[in-house]
Design a protein around this ligand. Structure first.
Ligand SMILES: Cc1cc2nc3c(=O)[nH]c(=O)nc-3n(C[C@H](O)[C@H](O)[C@H](O)COP(=O)(O)OP(=O)(O)OC[C@H]3O[C@@H](n4cnc5c(N)ncnc54)[C@H](O)[C@@H]3O)c2cc1C
Length: 508
């Protein structure tokens, strides 16, 4: 009978709850086998059986935030800014979620940065774009909320928090208006700024503390969290409001298989803590899941993190059968999706010596590393290089000749690559570079409303539970990424509003 807890029963008698006891009374926790139950009567109640888990102490607060990424830290700062005692628990020993690793684009319209760059734009135009990118299949109010507030969030970061952005606002996704606001030099500068604000507002950060289960009372109202710290101690956080900000689930192979099967097995670069249990514990108490199987991804190269510049759009790209398969200069997300479905989830770029000679020192170093690792190959002919990677040399020879013949005409009549990218690949020796795909996030999780309250399948809020950031981004993103910058802005915007909403909803 592992996972037993002793609680006061309705008439004051002691009860032992086991895994078999009704889900209404407790929630089984991923991995740990402990049960989350009503707080009443826990103190002084010793576990009855070997293997059961004892809660060592209780910590009370107004707002408890789970997860220290952009969404969680922003939410915590906003809640504390309303004068509420706010604690943020983070299972790692530092703020190392995807938000600290991100490149740093935020998507939004009607910003001061756009105005300064002479770009005419407004939230209603952004709404049209979101609706054209799958948003029409989702809750209209949420799409409108994002279009209305994303620009405001960028202004809040740049004007109020003085977060540095580069002046140029860039074109992203399939959009025709420049709306990509790029943090300078990277996303971490925004995370640092909201962390400063949260500290200034007296948020308590409890690191190395992992949420294990939500605590609900007899009427299914969330009353807090059971968490475990690095010493293995279980702590109850009794809170008036809980904000789940635990990020995505790309590091949980089972959850990817279940919710995003198209991306099964794809390598990931997300934060180490993005393992999905923050979502599972809410689904266990009746939260609704929303997601349509999509993930946020890029093309990747094993010798450098992020989308390496070695993935040159001027190269010819082939699959493992030796055939060209895409417009190398096309939409990254479309190619990412295609490659994720290849049996080896790999593709190969063909370089000639002229291309290698044009690499800068840093890229040349990475290139040499790839050769050393055996993931890049060199040959006097392209067939020889292909053979070294177990690809049919004759087919590769044919693909390259056809490509060069097409380049000579100046028009890609196969996939429509921009003529500026059509460069002959003729100068021996030749090289093949093994490339692949990589996830940067998952598009599925809690269904929330525009107050960021977690909803059940009927659309009713689960009392006292909010969700922000990637763990709820399936509410806003359908299956395809609308544009670079939508992940971070969903996190900062949902955090900003949810923190304030949760604090304001606490009765004085
Ligand atoms: C390399 C990379 C580049 C990217 N670039 C961009 C970009 O330029 N623009 C953009 O819009 N998006 C980008 N993204 C996506 C974007 O970074 C994420 O969507 C966003 O940062 C998610 O923020 P978050 O706060 O929801 O989650 P995270 O930042 O991942 O934070 C979640 C936190 O919760 C913690 N946690 C998880 N479970 C628990 C638990 N049980 N108890 C306690 N803590 C827990 C985790 O350890 C983690 O620290 C990028 C992603 C990656 C990986």
């Amino acid at each position: 009978m592992d996972g037993s807890y002793c609680v006061d029963g309705a008439k004051g008698e002691k009860q032992v709850l086991t895994k078999e006891t009704s889900r209404r009374k407790f929630i089984q926790v991923m991995g740990g086998g402990i049960a989350a139950i009503a707080f009443s009567g826990l103190s002084g109640c010793a576990p009855k059986q070997p293997g059961s888990t004892e809660v060592a102490r209780t910590i009370e607060c107004d707002v408890l935030v789970v997860g220290g990424g952009a969404a969680g830290v922003t939410a915590a700062g906003a809640a504390a800014g309303q004068g509420k005692k706010t604690i943020l628990i983070e299972k790692l020993n530092a703020l190392n979620g995807s938000s600290s690793l991100a490149l740093g684009t935020l998507y939004g319209a009607g910003t001061k940065l756009q105005q300064a760059a002479g770009i005419e734009d407004a939230p209603d135009k952004l709404l049209e774009y979101f609706l054209s990118r799958g948003g029409d299949k989702l809750d209209y109010e949420v799409q409108k909320f994002c279009a209305d507030h994303y620009g405001e969030t960028i202004d809040w970061l740049s004007e109020d928090l003085k977060v540095p952005f580069v002046e140029t606002v860039s074109l992203k996704g399939k959009d025709t208006v420049p709306r990509g606001h790029n943090l300078d030099p990277a996303a971490v500068v925004a995370l640092d700024a909201v962390t400063e604000l949260a500290k200034k507002n007296s948020v308590e950060f409890h690191f190395s503390t992992a949420a294990k289960s939500l605590v609900v009372n007899e009427s299914s109202t969330v009353e807090g969290i059971v968490a475990q710290n690095h010493e293995g101690e279980y702590i109850q956080y009794k809170a008036k409001k809980v904000i789940m900000a635990s990020g995505g689930f790309c590091r949980n192979a089972e959850m990817i298989k279940q919710y995003c099967p198209d991306y099964k097995g794809v390598y990931t670069e997300v934060g180490l803590g993005c393992t999905g249990e923050g979502l599972t514990m809410g689904l266990d108490i009746g939260a609704d899941y929303i997601g349509h199987g999509g993930t946020n991804g890029i093309l990747a190269c094993a010798v450098s993190a992020g989308q390496s510049k070695l993935i040159s759009t001027k190269a010819l790209w082939i699959d493992s059968s030796g055939n060209r398969f895409a417009n190398e200069g096309g939409q990254t997300h479309d190619i990412y999706y295609e490659v994720a479905h290849f049996p080896d989830q790999s593709f190969y770029a063909i370089y000639d010596q002229a291309m290698v000679d044009a690499l800068d020192e840093k890229l040349k170093h990475q290139f040499d590393l790839g050769l050393e690792m055996g993931i890049f190959a060199k040959g006097n002919t392209v067939a020889e290089a292909a053979k070294a990677l177990n690809i049919d040399g004759a087919i590769v020879e044919e693909s390259l000749s056809a490509y060069n013949a097409m380049v000579a005409t100046g028009t890609d009549n196969q996939f429509g690559k921009n003529s500026k990218l059509l460069v002959p690949i003729k100068e021996a020796p030749f090289y093949l570079l093994t490339l692949g795909v990589c996830t940067h996030g998952s598009f599925g999780g809690y269904r929330v409303n525009t107050d960021f309250q977690v909803l059940d399948p009927k659309g009713d809020p689960l009392p006292n539970l909010y969700a922000v950031g990637e763990v709820s981004c399936g509410t806003f993103i359908y299956d395809d990424y609308p544009s670079g910058g939508c992940g971070l802005n969903w996190s900062y915007t949902s955090g900003r509003f949810a923190g304030k909403n949760a604090a304001e909803a606490i009765e004085a």
